[in-house]
Design a protein around this ligand. Sequence first.
Ligand code: GZL
Length: 321
Amino acid sequence: MRKISLLFLLIIFLFAGCSKAPTNDGVHNPVIGFSQSGTESSWRKAHTKSIKTELKKNDYEVLYRNAFMNQEQQLQDVRTFISYKVDLIIIAPLQEAGWDNVLRAAKKAHIPVIIVDRHIDTADQTLFLTHIGPSFKAEGNRAGLYATNYFAEKKLDSIDILELVGLPGTSPSKLRHDGFRETISRDSRMKITSTLVGNYTRNKAYDVVNKYLQTHKNKSFNILYSHSDEMTLGALSALKENHIKPGRNIVVITIDGQENIIKKLANGEVNCVVECNPDVGWYVVNAINRHFSGHQLAHEIYISETTFSESNIDKIPTRNY
Ligand code: GZL
């Protein structure tokens, strides 16, 4: 009888270690510092909600800070977590650069760090346990694949592309650009003739696209490739105000998969939506649980994603963002 009860207790302990926050002093649940870069899109808000919800479901105490797209503020937020001696820090970095000093301080304080969403640029890969997020390059590849397939049979001598990139110095802006260029290079007619910077916000995107259209009245283009749905929504307003029919006069390709852009796919204003999945909470908390249970983590954990267009519009799952 005694053997059975000991075995039962061992099983409970083992499974409990993988699914709930282990109490580090037998009383308090671990405290997680979560530094988010901003709230610029419903994608970003869904990303935040996914992580916070899963952490709380697993009984972690959460200290949350939103840097409102201010890099200095975000670095300060992380320093605050270090001063509070949290048990682990999650960072969704705004920019790639500038993280070494604060991450060295976290390492010196023996506080593990997990990077989510965008990447950081550091030579010292021991400064964080793992990165959990999309393959931005693959997202760019998928956008380019839609473009090359769409124009494969079209009788055109040249195919001009207007690219709307997000915040400079961020990994999605660089890698979505690289992935797209890599794929469209297979069609020598395709050329990115203008690149505008929309900083991932709707207002900035509207301003730069409207100014471009006003100052290039005689210049046409075949494709708008926009790195995020929020920027696409701003661009669509500018296109319509300048009497250009998005989805018809030009092909519109966008990345994220927000509910409001799926509606534009349905009404023909957008031709292709490359999914960028914000629902990473389970992956993040599973990694934290495994870390606290003494497991080694893969240094890169990719989130699965797909592409939506008129060919599968009836099968698009509810977006919840
Ligand atoms: C990508 C993420 C981007 C989203 C935008 O993972 O960093 O930032 O595509 C957001 O919605 O602004």
